[in-house]
Design a protein around this ligand. Structure first.
Ligand code: GDG
Length: 446
């Protein structure tokens, strides 16, 4: 079996296991459990200059190799081009994208540094799998280093129509870079069609034939088991008590402008204003751990959300009822699973999302005898796979309010009929299947 090389901007902490590790780390670890693997990327630490050779840690068959990034490289590559240019552009938010030639050069420089540090570690039969928008040029930089291995790339976020992407300066170079990869994976058929069109427009018709959709999944059985255990635990019991019989609506998102939180809060406010029967009968918990807090757009989003929470609670609260509970701290994964199982409604309304794993986690967490209802953005990559959800346009707070009312009043039979096929689909197309299908394609077998 060929060794698998995973390259990602961030490498998980080897000491972080199971419950605390992110979904992707867990999924990949399971899929590679039976093979030799090397996980390569940024350590998450900065130093005076980007390291030339990685620090390595072995854990059984898995080796972690990480590089510290120089301060300037971190600012240009990570905070600049990846987070302030590519992230908004790929999420169709050109108006938020900043472009600086220096950031772009820094981005390419870090990709070249990754390739130079990785190339000497590679064996001829290795399979290399690069993850996400931080690494568009990595494949071509590895080729420049003389690497002949099979190279795969998976984009976790959406790929927009070419007309939009091509507004980004140097976009032609980024698309051409992708042609260096043997397998080019995206989340949905729409993303695949957009990326193929972009490759064709940039004179890479052959590379366009190597693009395919590999929708990512979660470890559904694992998450169900986590939720089953957590619902019996003290933390969920305390939370349940605090609800005093009120229906729970839950939202869980990194605090990011792609997740549609202001429109969602407004939609919940509309529910309370227009459907008065829910007053004092529903509680909405939004968990939104702060991410990228050093970027201006994220700070202003936080301020806007603080105002929404104040407005809704100020207008609607009763002495014994807070309609919207809002946390910007992360909670543990088991706690999250227990809270999701407790919730009558999962509210997931990103303006754009590559996939959205929270929607899949909500489905997996439900009690099969009495599942809740899912309100989901039509612009989440997960939407085509979750036909039992109430699909909404996340830009329309009234539509969100109407879907919330429908979800909160939905009879159990309808909830069951909508939930069952989604739960089955979630188990069938899990994280492991996703990894294995991509690896099979990388091996040349699919
Ligand atoms: C990118 C793409 C694509 C959230 N808050 C807490 C917490 N989470 C966990 C969730 C879920 C994960 O983080 C978020 O995953 P998403 O898929 O929803 O979104 P992104 O972070 O934007 O991920 C996305 C994904 O990559 C995979 O390809 O689906 O479209 O943008 O697992 O549960 N976990 C804990 N505490 C929290 O407070 N423990």
């Amino acid at each position: 079996m060929n060794r698998l090389i995973i390259v990602a901007n961030r490498v998980p902490n080897p000491r972080e296991r199971g419950a605390t590790a992110g979904g992707l780390a867990v999924a990949l670890r399971e899929a590679i459990a039976h093979r030799q693997a090397l996980w390569f990327g940024w350590s998450g630490q900065t130093a005076e200059a980007t390291a030339a050779a990685p620090a390595e840690t072995r854990q059984g068959r898995l080796t972690y190799a990480t590089l510290d990034l120089g301060e300037e490289d971190y600012r240009r590559y990570y905070r600049g081009f990846a987070n302030a240019t590519l992230w908004p552009t790929l999420h169709y938010r050109l108006g938020l994208a900043q472009f600086s030639r220096e950031d772009y050069i820094g981005y390419r420089k870090v990709n070249a540094a990754f390739a130079a540090a990785l190339a000497p570690l590679l064996r001829p039969s290795d399979l290399v799998w690069a993850h996400d928008f931080h690494l568009f040029p990595l494949g071509s930089e590895l080729r420049r280093q003389g690497c002949r291995q099979r190279l795969g790339f998976f984009l976790h976020v959406p790929f927009p129509p070419y007309g939009l992407f091509s507004a980004l300066p140097r976009s032609g170079e980024l698309i051409t870079d992708l042609a260096a990869y043997d397998v080019i994976g995206v989340q949905t058929e729409d993303d695949a069609a957009n990326l193929r069109a972009a490759l064709i427009a940039e004179n890479q018709p052959e590379a366009a034939t190597r693009v395919a959709a590999y929708p990512i999944g979660i470890n559904a059985e694992g998450f169900t088991a986590l939720a089953e255990r957590a619902i019996l635990g003290q933390e969920t019991a305390r939370f349940r008590q605090s609800l005093v019989g009120r229906a729970l609506v839950i939202g869980v998102d990194r605090l990011d402008y792609t997740k549609g939180l202001p429109q969602r809060f407004c939609g919940y406010g509309q529910l309370l204003a227009r459907f008065r029967q829910h007053l004092s009968r529903v509680t909405y918990l939004q968990v939104a751990p702060v991410s990228r807090g050093d970027v201006a757009e994220y700070r202003s989003l936080r301020k806007e959300l603080d105002e929404w929470v104040g407005r809704i609670n100020g207008q609607q609260a009763e002495p014994d009822w807070v309609p919207l509970r809002y946390m910007t701290r992360a909670v543990s994964r088991p706690t999250l699973a227990g809270f999701m199982r407790l919730a009558r409604v999962g509210l997931v309304t990103p303006l754009r999302d590559g996939m959205n794993l929270v929607a899949k986690e909500y489905v997996a967490a439900q009690d099969p005898e009495d599942p809740g209802a899912l309100v989901l953005s039509r612009f989440a990559g997960a939407a085509p796979q979750l036909p039992g959800a109430l699909l909404v346009n996340p830009l329309d707070p009234d539509e969100i309010a109407e879907a919330l009312d429908q979800a909160l009043t939905m009879p159990r039979e309808e909830r069951l009929a909508r939930w069952r096929p989604m739960a089955e689909e979630g188990r069938a197309s899990g994280a492991r299947a996703w990894c294995l299908s991509f690896i099979a394609a990388l091996e040349g077998g699919g």
